[in-house]
Design a binder for this molecule. Sequence first.
Ligand SMILES: Nc1ncnc2c1ncn2[C@@H]1O[C@H](COP(=O)(O)OP(=O)(O)OP(=O)(O)O)[C@@H](O)[C@H]1O
Length: 240
Amino acid sequence: MIQIENVSKSYAKSKVKAVSAMNLQVENGEIFGFIGPNGAGKTTTIKMMTGILTPDEGRILINGHDIVRDPISAKMEIGFVPDSQDVFDKLTGMEYLGFMADVYGVEPADRRERIGRYLEMFELTKAAGDNIKSYSHGMRQKLMVIGALLHNPPVWVLDEPMVGLDPKSSHLLKQEMRRHADSGNSVFFSTHVLEVAEKLCDRIGIIDHGELIFVGTLAELRSGNQESLEELFLQLTEGE
Ligand SMILES: Nc1ncnc2c1ncn2[C@@H]1O[C@H](COP(=O)(O)OP(=O)(O)OP(=O)(O)O)[C@@H](O)[C@H]1O
């Protein structure tokens, strides 16, 4: 479960709040899609959830652990895939996964089983011995996903996870997200791709100019009219 309580954040030189008084709870068992235009505050929110940025106000709990006051316990609960791919270019894929398993203290038998299974699933087994610098964008993205899931974290936080993935890999990842949520865990991901949110999410949140302007199910978003999510999304975020 993710609890965001009255969280705000401004960047040093900006008077404008990148995230403003946000309250949001992502339950166990649900996939939550976080949607918003460029600069809306999605990445800032995710960076606060994962302990990269500290909120100016409010607090964030990950399965009950405060990400600021108890960061190691909170981070052990999280599998985080960032939107950038700043991985260690000089390592091989397998060395990177070994490093991630070390950081999170994954037992040898578990790491062998999970690394083997995920490499097969994402068709990276043959490339695992090659340097990451030789990987395509999609291969890097898949490697980051595997690295984030190795410690079997209950809470997944994925920033634009489908970007760069081919349809097959994207389908696999969505299947895994569903499976993970159906096992009683929380999956939070950001996207610009409305169709992805439409098919995958139990609930969505729409953020614009740092403010959550809608949280609920798609049925709730649509209630009262038959317009597509895209039209609704544009309606909700335009016109100032
Ligand atoms: N390091 C920074 N310094 C100053 N302002 C920043 C910084 N990072 C982000 N911002 C500003 O904070 C606001 C929210 O940005 P954020 O990156 O969280 O949005 P986003 O929804 O993730 O956008 P995108 O979809 O383009 O990645 C924007 O106005 C952005 O310009």
